[in-house]
Design a binder for this molecule. Structure first.
Ligand SMILES: [Zn+2]
Length: 446
């Protein structure tokens, strides 16, 4: 296929905007980018898609999300509102994940992926929990990813909060899924090994998980999201969270550490040395009132910081905007968190993380990279250059401008019409199911 009449944003190391260009891809890969006439002449046989002067750029990447939380939308928490992160977990997320059935796991994943396609998020790194629909849950999600056509990295969160048997079943589910993918690889799906957080994991379970997780697979875990995680770790081990996880060999160059809000300098040094990835989710941090991580310091120390959405809507540019505003406010300093720093995280580091996970270039428009593309109808009324693009994204871009979404060379949304998913029937079914899940959830409060 050849897409013509496009201004192409490449997100290369030295970012380029190719004006009035064309992009050619065959199968799942980008073949060539260049001037319109030259490309049309050279690739006469290819099917043509006309971008009508819109921008084409790599699809957004979400480095940490939770499909399973979809049915929390609009759901009331009984009784008094939770007062901190631990209460939010106890009153909202844990009773909700215990309420999930296999059907709910499936439809939560489906509705999140419709949202992702519509809003141009083409790769998602998911962290799943459904203690009463645990076995084969990652297969259920993988099937939905096969259907949607998106790219997703999956894991099951191991935790002791439901007893040893469930912790072991969680470990087994990660191992089973990793082995199944080895036996029968799926081009758009990868696995990490999920752990909930230090505060719900005993030393024994950490040891078992470490032993079970193959060396080449990274752990995906929440780290010091709230202060309670640090307090618990100090009580349990006399070590801070990153020290404790490091001692258990959980960190490493493939590990994904979500949040890292409360890590101190010493922990940042441990994380930097381990080469683990950190993901930043400012909307979630604000929603849970846990504070914000010192991203500037982490970046200075050489930590690879990417961005996720922690289950918020798959509008990653909203996450950019939240980062841009929140760090200025919390530090009372408008010099903090500039837009190019955010592009460094959300566009560049996320692409590096996903490229590592897949072993193929994702998140850039260069020959040989995966053809994960979005067409964006943005009409700038001031000059737009590669240098000021991040500020245009913060102040001008909006996910409603996304007209088409392509993943691995397949068109998943064209002119705002979904190709791979039947949105109406999926959302109708989800609505019926969500009522059942809300009732399960409420019964856990009786
Ligand atoms: Zn999370």
């Amino acid at each position: 296929m050849i897409i013509i009449n496009a201004d192409i944003i490449t997100w290369e190391e030295n970012n380029r905007i190719v004006k009035n260009g064309a992009i050619v891809f065959q199968e799942d890969r980008i073949v060539e980018i260049g001037p319109l006439r030259e490309m049309i002449e050279k690739y006469k046989q290819e099917t043509i898609m006309d971008a009508h002067g819109a921008f084409i750029m790599p699809g957004s990447i979400c480095a940490h999300t939770h499909f399973y939380g979809a049915f929390s939308r609009g759901m009331a928490i009984p009784g008094e509102a939770p007062k901190d992160l631990v209460e939010i977990l106890e009153k909202l997320w844990w009773p909700l994940d215990k309420s999930l059935t296999e059907d709910a796991v499936k439809y939560s994943a489906l509705v999140c992926q419709i949202d992702a396609i519509r809003h141009g998020t083409t790769t998602l790194i998911d962290h799943h929990a459904s203690p009463f629909a645990l076995e084969n849950s990652l297969d259920i999600i993988a099937d939905t990813v096969e259907q949607s056509g998106l790219r997703a990295v999956l894991c099951y969160e191991v935790t002791d909060r439901d007893g040893i048997a469930k912790a072991e079943a969680g470990i087994a589910e990660n191992v089973r899924f990793i082995q199944a993918l080895r036996k029968e690889p799926k081009p758009r799906i990868r696995a990490t090994f999920g752990l909930h957080a230090s505060l719900t994991l005993s030393d024994e379970t950490l040891k078992k998980a470490r032993k079970a997780c193959p060396d080449e697979i990274g752990m995906h875990i929440h780290v010091a999201e709230g202060l309670a995680d640090e307090d618990d770790s100090l009580r349990k081990s006399n070590m801070r969270v990153a020290e404790r996880l490091s001692k258990h060999n959980i960190l490493g160059s493939h590990a994904i550490l979500a949040h890292a809000v409360h890590v101190n300098d010493h922990e940042m040094d441990i994380i930097a040395r381990s080469k683990a990835w950190v993901t930043h989710q400012p909307r979630s941090n604000m929603n849970n009132a846990v504070g914000l991580p010192d991203v500037d310091k982490m970046l200075l120390k050489g930590i690879k910081v990417g961005m996720g959405n922690d289950g918020f809507s798959n509008t990653m540019w909203d996450e950019w905007k939240a980062a841009y505003l929140s760090h200025k406010l919390i530090n009372s300093d408008p010099r903090r968190m500039q837009a190019d720093t955010i592009a460094g995280m959300a566009a560049y580091t996320n692409a590096d993380l996903v490229t590592q996970q897949y072993g193929q270039t994702v998140g850039k428009i260069v020959p040989g990279a995966q053809a994960d593309l979005i067409i964006v109808e943005y009409q700038p009324f001031t000059k737009l250059t590669p240098e000021n693009l991040p500020w245009h994204i913060i102040f001008g871009f909006n996910e409603s401008m996304i007209r088409s979404t392509i993943v691995a060379g397949k068109v998943l949304m064209e002119d705002r019409k979904l190709v791979s998913m039947n949105e109406k029937s999926i959302t109708e079914e989800a609505k019926v199911l969500s009522e059942e899940i809300w009732n399960h959830y409420k019964s856990r409060f009786m």
